[in-house]
Design a binder for this molecule. Structure first.
Ligand SMILES: [Zn+2]
Length: 351
């Protein structure tokens, strides 16, 4: 039943209730010596039952449409992805821009990223509980950025262990005040330094986590999108969770190393993946189709910035000239493109 059907029935039953109240008023008014008819009494009782039944059904219907709104998809058996929204820095949904999710094994569940706020992490948790009653044994953070880890606190008092890149603990320590200053409101009513939860288990290069008949291969990268990039590969479904090492639709944002990011992309080809989950944008089934746009964008920035530097141009001019035709290919281009080129310039000017 659609929401408009329910609205219609709700209004219909509201009219019934008004009728009920009218009858009740009449009964009260006529309490001395007036007896309502049997038919009227039946109508009152029937309307009241129907009304409360409809209220209950509506509540139920709205609750399930809410979970639909959370946009959770079972991408492959036991692999659940919540797709974030492509919104700008000013949007109230800024805490919900990243793809996050969970993987269910025979023994327990691993969460991959917790979203940008307590609000999003709580929604994720309620989706997990609707899906499975197994415990969450790992919370894996794919990197340092706020939209992937500020929800961690929701899982703090559980048995889950937090897993991240070997640099993640230090980066969190260095960014605690920044996160609190910029995103304090995302962290719930009582915000303190302890609201930002870092990893218990650090991945230096590779690690395997076993969820019970389901092994996850974790891979830590050198500087690429960030300095803390970690990917997850589910052997069972050949799902490669690249997180922000891959952007689709939304423009990539460079915070680590342009050359490092391109180098990391070389290695994706060598992984036999059936499903690829980016940090932003839709999942894809064929790796090459999945990341061709990002590869082209990063290579173009590399080549054009290098050319500008070799011609002796100033950074300001390079930033204006590089990738001018990229604007129409990416969402939120204006928020990151010039910053990406500036970052590339500072990396490439001394090579
Ligand atoms: Zn990121």
């Amino acid at each position: 039943m659609t929401e408009s059907n329910y609205r219609y029935l709700f209004n219909y039953n509201k009219a019934f209730l008004q009728q009920v109240l009218r009858f009740k008023t009449m009964t009260l008014l006529k309490i001395s010596g007036f007896v309502i008819s049997k038919l009227q009494l039946t109508k009152i009782v029937f309307s009241a039952i129907l009304y409360f039944f409809m209220l209950f059904s509506m509540e139920h219907a709205f609750a399930s449409s809410e979970s639909k709104n959370f946009n959770l998809v079972e991408l492959a058996s036991g692999i659940y992805v919540h797709y974030g929204k492509h919104v700008s820095f000013e949007s109230p949904d800024l805490d919900d821009i990243a793809n996050i999710g969970f993987i269910v094994g025979d023994k327990c569940i691993a969460i991959i990223d917790t979203g940008g706020s307590v609000r999003i992490a709580q929604q994720l948790l309620s989706e997990i509980r609707r899906t499975s009653d197994k415990p969450v044994c790992y919370v894996i953070n794919t990197h340092i950025h706020f939209d992937h880890l500020l929800g961690n606190i929701v899982f703090k008092d559980t048995e889950a262990e937090f897993v991240g890149h070997q640099n993640l603990a230090d980066e969190i320590a260095a960014n605690r005040s920044f996160f609190i200053r910029e995103y304090g409101k995302n962290l719930g009513p009582q915000v303190s330094e302890d609201s930002i939860i870092g990893p218990d288990i650090l991945v230096e290069e590779k690690m395997v986590l076993d969820l019970g008949n389901r092994k996850l291969q974790l891979n830590a990268y050198g500087a690429a999108h960030s300095h803390t990039d970690l990917t997850v590969f589910d052997e069972k479904t050949k799902t490669l969770w690249l997180s922000d090492l891959l952007f689709k639709e939304r423009i990539p944002s460079l915070d680590g190393s342009l050359r490092g990011w391109l180098k990391s992309m070389d290695s994706f080809d060598r992984i036999d993946a059936e499903h690829i989950v980016p940090g932003h944008g839709p999942a894809s089934t064929k790796s090459k189709d999945g990341y061709a746009s990002q590869l082209q964008y990063l290579q173009l920035i590399l080549e054009e910035t290098r050319r500008g530097i070799s011609q002796g141009l100033f950074m300001e001019d390079i930033v204006e000239q590089v990738g001018v035709n990229e604007k129409k290919k990416w969402l939120l281009h204006e928020q990151h493109h010039k910053r990406n080129v500036t970052k590339a310039f500072s990396e490439l000017e001394w090579e």
